[in-house]
Design a protein around this ligand. Structure first.
Ligand SMILES: [Fe+2]
Length: 182
């Protein structure tokens, strides 16, 4: 049993505000990539999907005179730091296992190296952290287009419920495999 479902995360007003601000369609697409990558690499799909879904929730809007100001974004952005903190607070509030909340928050923190003094390849990222970074990259479009793709409320809700089911099935399958090995 998971403490928190993706649907519960999605319904929360904090998610509604921040995940929608940075692009709900992108968050959902990255979550599907994360699910498949987790299954393929024997990582926990629940943590991978939650981190991918929340990875951009720290974005701030760097607009000046109605236009996105790339220069100040590049220079001042700390969205992965803010995202990690917001994701952690939200997960703990909803009753997430604290160890899981930490793993998800650190994967959000390290999904990009844009704020780090070193590149990703100079870090020893865990499998989960690599999955979340790759899931994001797989859905990226030139000039940040992925943040502006739209998705209807009903499709978003369907996709999220479907992901919850996929995660439950995958966790049940791994539990059954573990028991049959004993
Ligand atoms: Fe992203």
């Amino acid at each position: 049993m998971r403490n928190v479902t993706l649907e519960q995360l999605y319904e929360h007003p904090v998610t509604q505000k921040y995940v929608k601000r940075s692009g709900l369609a992108h968050a959902i697409a990255a979550s599907y990539h994360a699910f498949h990558l987790a299954v393929k690499n024997n990582a926990n799909p629940d943590l991978a999907v939650k981190a991918a879904f929340l990875h951009d929730m720290g974005h701030y809007t760097w607009y000046r005179n109605g236009e996105w100001d790339f220069d100040s974004y590049k220079e001042n952005d700390i969205h992965s730091i803010k995202g990690a903190e917001r994701a952690h607070k939200l997960l703990i509030r909803l009753g997430e296992n604290p160890g899981h909340a930490k793993e998800i928050a650190v994967a959000v923190l390290l999904h990009t190296d844009s704020f780090l003094p070193v590149n990703h390849d100079q870090l020893q990222l865990s499998t989960l952290q690599q999955i979340v970074a790759l899931a994001d990259e797989l859905d990226e479009e030139p000039a940040g287009g992925h943040h502006y793709r739209s998705i209807s409320e009903s499709k978003a809700r369907r996709d999220i419920k479907n992901l919850d089911q996929l995660i439950d099935q995958s966790l049940q399958k791994s539990r059954a495999e573990e028991t049959s090995e004993v």
